[in-house]
Design a protein around this ligand. Structure first.
Ligand code: ACO
Length: 402
């Protein structure tokens, strides 16, 4: 491993690495990706096993504490998290300040950042107890805050959390219950929601996680750091891709249009890309996309929905995977390719897709943030640059310029 610190101090040299494609910014014990094999491990456990055998609360525990919980550890953890599901009543005022048609991600960035103004007893990052309470608070409150953003956008009253439900069932209740009718998700939908959370929980040093770490490296409080992560996740090249992928499938419409869009994606003069395809690290099938495709079947069957977009998606995948361009560039479906189809079938509006991603990724962000704070070699993140602007010059009086 190249010790860049040594290289810089001994020679004054530093590396130029746009997009940090070959720069490790930290050491981490949390998530491992083998992009060539298409393998993803959380703390050593394969994502397929976690998706099949664990629920999201166990995954959160695993990411935060390093191993899967025993039954009693899980009980304590779930109790600790559910204790914090409510938000301060005054927080409602923040929602009222947004336009009714505000994108829920815009609301998320603002409201999550505002948590630091409410929970002063969990902003001292040097105190492990305060860090733990902040972690619990963030994991617990995200579903409440996310559902409030949705309810606000459709003009319905906010729903209060139910601590007798699982994390995922509670979120579905927050989203879809109304004062006159409680929403009861079927076990298949509750499981699918939980699976989506698990698949999105962490993914090593992606743009939003790196943003959380960079913001945190200055000593900023955890709520501010997670708000920064949410902002970074919003972009269509990252978390916004699930929304963009469904939009693209709707635009393609029927399988007979696929070739036109494949041609557009291959055309260097056309900025169009197949959304939900390609990944900086995976040069093989994203293992999360496989689990997601299977879950899409289960959800559509359960709901008795036959969504033609699912057929279009599968046909698009089949055609792309046989196409020279995609083979040569190693472009495969990523986690976002099928998630939109499931979320749409479950009744989520497109504008909430990235919010769900943010909710699920909060466990990974906060685990990574804690790991960074506890790392004795941690110092403020401060990349260098290659300066390409003017050389030194002197200012002329204003009448002599131009
Ligand atoms: N469709 C068509 N061509 C693509 C695609 C795509 N989806 N993705 C990459 N390419 C091509 C690029 O045009 C480029 O071609 P070139 O070498 O001829 O210039 C080559 O593949 C490499 O692409 P880069 O953009 O350099 O790869 P990078 O690692 O920087 O980007 C990214 C990865 C952003 C995910 C990219 O594949 C993309 O934009 N995909 C679509 C958006 C998407 O699905 N994002 C979700 C990512 S997963 C996540 O955040 C959960």
């Amino acid at each position: 491993v190249l010790d860049v610190r040594q290289l810089y101090s001994q020679t004054g040299m530093f590396t130029y690495d746009p997009g940090f494609a070959s720069t490790a910014s930290c050491e981490s014990k949390i998530t491992y990706i083998d992009g060539d094999k298409g393998e993803l491990l959380y703390r050593g456990y394969p994502i397929e096993q976690l998706a099949e055998q664990c629920d999201y609360m166990e995954v959160c525990y695993l990411l935060l504490f390093g191993d899967l919980p025993t039954a009693s550890e899980k009980e304590d953890f779930v109790h600790g998290v559910t204790y914090h599901t409510m938000v301060h009543e005054q927080l409602k005022n923040f929602y009222n300040g947004f336009r009714r048609d505000a994108h829920p991600m815009a609301i998320m960035v603002g409201v999550v950042g505002a948590l630091s103004a409410f929970y002063h007893d969990s902003t001292d990052i040097r105190d492990p107890k305060q860090r733990l309470i902040a972690s619990y608070r963030l994991i617990a409150k995200m579903p409440t805050i996310a559902a409030m953003a949705y309810k606000y956008s459709i003009g319905q009253p906010f729903t209060y959390p139910r601590n007798d439900l699982s994390y995922s069932a509670n979120f579905l209740h927050l989203m879809f219950s109304v004062p006159c009718e409680t929403y009861h998700p079927s076990p298949t939908l509750e499981r699918a929601m939980d699976l989506i959370f698990t698949l999105h929980a962490d993914h090593e040093q992606n743009a939003s996680t790196s943003t959380v770490r960079l913001a945190g490296s200055s000593g900023a409080n955890p709520f501010a750091c997670i708000a920064a992560g949410i902002a970074s996740l919003w972009g269509p090249a990252h978390g916004g891709a699930n929304e963009a992928a469904l939009e693209m499938l709707e635009e393609i419409g029927t399988p007979d249009q696929i070739q036109t869009y494949i041609a557009k994606a291959k055309d260097k003069d056309d900025p169009f890309r197949l959304m939900g395809f390609g990944h900086r690290v995976y040069k093989n099938y994203d293992p999360r996309a496989k689990v997601m495709q299977k879950a899409a079947h289960a959800v559509l069957d359960e709901l008795g929905v036959s969504d033609p977009l699912f057929e279009t998606a599968r046909e698009l995948e089949r055609i792309a995977l046989e196409d020279e361009y995609f083979i040569e560039k190693k472009l495969y479906p990523n986690v976002d390719f099928y998630s939109g189809i499931i979320l749409k079938a479950m009744g989520f509006p497109r504008s909430m897709f990235t919010v769900l991603f943010a909710l699920a990724r909060t466990s990974g962000w906060i685990a990574q943030w804690n790991e960074m704070i506890e790392d004795p070699s941690q110092r403020i993140g401060r990349p260098r640059q290659l300066y390409t602007g003017p050389t030194r010059r002197d200012i002329k009086p204003i009448h002599e310029r131009g």
